[in-house]
Design a protein around this ligand. Sequence first.
Ligand code: A2P
Length: 282
Amino acid sequence: MTEMTPVTQDKTKAVPALPDAQTVTEVKHYTDRLFSFRCTRPASLRFRSGEFVMIGLMGDPHPETGKVKPLLRAYSIASPSWDEEMEFYSIKVPDGPLTSKLQHIKVGDEVILRPKPVGTLVHDALLPGKRLWFFATGTGFAPFASLLREPQTYEDYDEVIITHTCREVGELTYGRDLIEGLKQDELLNEVIGEGFWKKIKYYPTTTREESPRMGRITDLMKSGEAFADLGVPPLNKDTDRAMICGNMAFNLELKAMFEDYGLEEGANSKPAHYVVEKAFLD
Ligand code: A2P
């Protein structure tokens, strides 16, 4: 366990350090509904790109006992396994117990991070294939932000397709900036190979605001439009592997479509053709 004292500490009072505390190093706001932040990484924490951990803050004191308890939620780790820091991408829910507070964190503040990573969106849960698909809605992009920066993604596949369906254009910014950033990332270009990012096909769509590509990815696949745009055939169990992370209706609809394509769901203990995680909302 790492214990740190808050930077904003009032030195006249003894302020107990949070359990499993990490210090916030960067905060970026994208829309009134979305933000990302980075924090220090526990020295002992090892995880696989695509996994999630519990993070949070101390809750308000109990009205009668005055006791405070940690308020924790599962968050996909958006940074890759090799990163010195941790990154998270979060929704802001105005009356959400955690995110209504978390959205106000600043550099130097502390967050609680339980160092017990788990999850199914990992390379180990998929059989070898040629083309890897990432399907995300909203903050479901987070685990793919990790996997898109993971060298194994490009070592294992010839092609990486990332689809991101959001309501509004501004919700695409985090993902778009991240993918653009890969082109200039000297470290990754050196480690994985110059121009590794050319394997990526990015397919952003919006449903409630005008953008170059409109519609739900599920509908665009059913009509065949998405495959035509991307220049690839529909998913096939011999070549394609997929990871899904979005809202519940999206996950279920895609699962049903994949079963129609003949793909089987995999797990850490039994790798197969696709894996699903739900986006963790407040
Ligand atoms: P829509 O605007 O048509 O509901 P949310 O913010 O509600 O989690 O939604 C994020 C994005 O996921 C929205 O663009 C939404 O489209 C889309 N979406 C919701 N349900 C599905 C589904 N079953 N299949 C595909 N996309 C979906």
